[in-house]
Ligand binder design. Structure first.
Ligand SMILES: Cc1cc2nc3c(=O)[nH]c(=O)nc-3n(C[C@H](O)[C@H](O)[C@H](O)COP(=O)(O)OP(=O)(O)OC[C@H]3O[C@@H](n4cnc5c(N)ncnc54)[C@H](O)[C@@H]3O)c2cc1C
Length: 425
């Protein structure tokens, strides 16, 4: 099958239709570019929709007109409840925004390879419906969460803890719904019941939402590699075994009238590859309780506390630390040595500790808007090297799109550690 037959040539190709990728695609399309958005799932929104993670854990202000529109449309539609939301509505909101911007959306399509040489990506190889075909572009944005495109193109990357290589744990989120009458707690034969909270594998995070669900962020699968096919599959199987035990515990204790109604379409991956960029943002840069003074190259602002889950201990082990809002420099989005490839979302160039703060969904939206705008701008000025982009000009465009780039004008997001703060990302 030829790409021409499918019309798969675009100015900007975005791989991954999660929060960052969809925001990037919308931003580039709104700047007048022809954009192809490739997503392996059947809806947009990624972890925050299909992945079942229905909570925004960062300040929700000053992230740009794309996040503002998502947030306000969700609120107006009764689908946002404080920081929580209904991910089913978020799928259609992202889709409509992308379609209205003119983004060409290719669902159920996985990127399985890239053709790249000399720091330039020429094409991505895609697979769908039993076909493998390619799409050619001028600029590429990797918003796959795990940095699949950048890795396939040969970019350098970091993964997990610098010494052990361990990544943050994975979680299969799920929802319960109230049946209105007592239910018989379900546990398959030979499964060991959990008898007290201390036996729960991960966070004790179950939240009632006004749409009568209980949103649960509660399993914890450690020691698996989300970029290794066998390890990822083993993680899914382990997560579902944990899930049924956790639900049984909840039905036997707090929620005797509730039943399981949904779980993430894919296990939630907190951390995969982090692509090494022209700039690497480290704990040293953000961890001193004051906003870095030099934010002249900032193209997004992160506000969330460091939310570092233990890499080895079950339960709610780990540490949290308030950080002042900080700028994420443009260079964190530019894979080192590449001219026409950007990364956006949780796979940007930061160390593991910074990642545990800037990986939150609202921040990923801001990163996506920055990447899409950058890709559009270089095309507009007839430049073919993203490294030569005038960052001041990019910042001007972003500010015009309601992105507040001065970290001092943002509020730090660091919920008090109280009983309720067993919830976490
Ligand atoms: C369990 C869990 C709980 C969390 N809790 C919170 C929370 O409470 N609040 C908060 O703000 N954040 C939370 N986070 C973090 C946050 O949800 C994510 O970091 C963020 O949503 C990532 O956005 P993204 O766009 O970078 O990636 P994703 O949402 O992962 O999007 C990547 C997209 O790329 C697609 N894709 C991947 N590979 C390919 C490929 N090869 N070809 C085509 N498509 C591909 C995927 O299907 C996906 O749609 C949580 C994360 C997890 C896992």
């Amino acid at each position: 099958m030829s790409p021409d037959h499918l019309g798969l040539v675009a100015e900007v190709i975005v791989v991954g239709g999660g929060t960052a990728g969809t925001a990037a695609a919308i931003a580039a399309a709104r700047e007048g570019r022809d954009v192809l958005l490739v997503e392996e799932g059947n809806a947009l929104g990624g972890v925050s929709t299909s992945g079942g993670v229905n909570e925004w854990y960062a300040s929700l202000e000053g992230l740009g007109d794309i996040f503002d529109e998502v947030r306000d449309t969700m609120r107006a539609g009764g689908a946002k409840f404080g920081r929580f939301f209904n991910g089913e509505y978020l799928k259609i909101i992202w889709q409509l925004m992308a379609q209205r911007a003119g983004v060409r959306i290719l669902l159920n399509t996985m990127m399985v390879g890239a053709e790249a040489a000399g720091g330039r990506v020429r094409a991505v190889r895609l697979a769908s419906c039993g076909n493998v075909f390619e799409a050619r572009g001028a600029m590429f944005i990797d918003a796959s969460g795990e940095g699949d495109l950048a890795a396939a193109a040969g970019a350098e990357f970091m993964k997990g803890h610098p010494q052990t290589g361990r990544t943050l744990h994975m979680t299969l989120t799920f929802c319960l719904a109230d049946t209105g009458r007592p239910v018989a707690p379900f546990l398959p034969p030979d499964f060991e019941p959990i008898t007290d909270e201390a036996g729960l594998p991960g966070l004790i995070s179950h939240n009632r939402t006004p749409d009568r669900r209980v949103y649960c962020n509660m399993t914890k699968v450690m020691g698996h590699d989300p970029t290794d096919p066998l390890s990822l599959s083993a993680a899914e199987l382990e997560a579902r075994r944990q899930l049924v035990c956790v639900v049984h515990f909840l039905q036997s204790t707090k929620y005797p009238t509730h039943t399981l109604v949904s779980s993430g379409a894919k296990i939630g991956i907190r951390e995969g590859r982090r692509i090494l960029g022209e700039t690497l943002l480290t704990e040293e840069d953000i961890g001193h309780g004051v906003a870095p003074v030099d934010f002249a190259h900032g193209v997004a602002v992160a506000t969330c506390q460091i939310d570092f889950h233990s890499l080895t201990k079950p339960g709610h082990a780990g540490w949290r630390k308030r950080v002042e809002p900080y700028a994420i420099p443009y260079g964190c989005l530019v894979p080192r040595g590449f001219q026409n490839l950007l990364v956006a979302g949780k796979c940007i160039s930061v160390d593991q500790v910074v990642h545990s703060s800037c990986r939150m969904t609202p921040t990923c939206c801001g990163l996506g808007q920055a990447a899409g705008t950058a890709a559009a701008l270089v095309i507009a000025v007839g430049c073919d090297d993203l490294r030569a982009l005038d960052v001041a000009r990019l910042r001007e465009r972003l500010v015009a799109r309601k992105v507040e780039l001065d970290p001092r004008r943002h509020k730090a997001f660091a919920p008090e550690v109280t009983e309720d703060a067993t919830r976490g990302a």
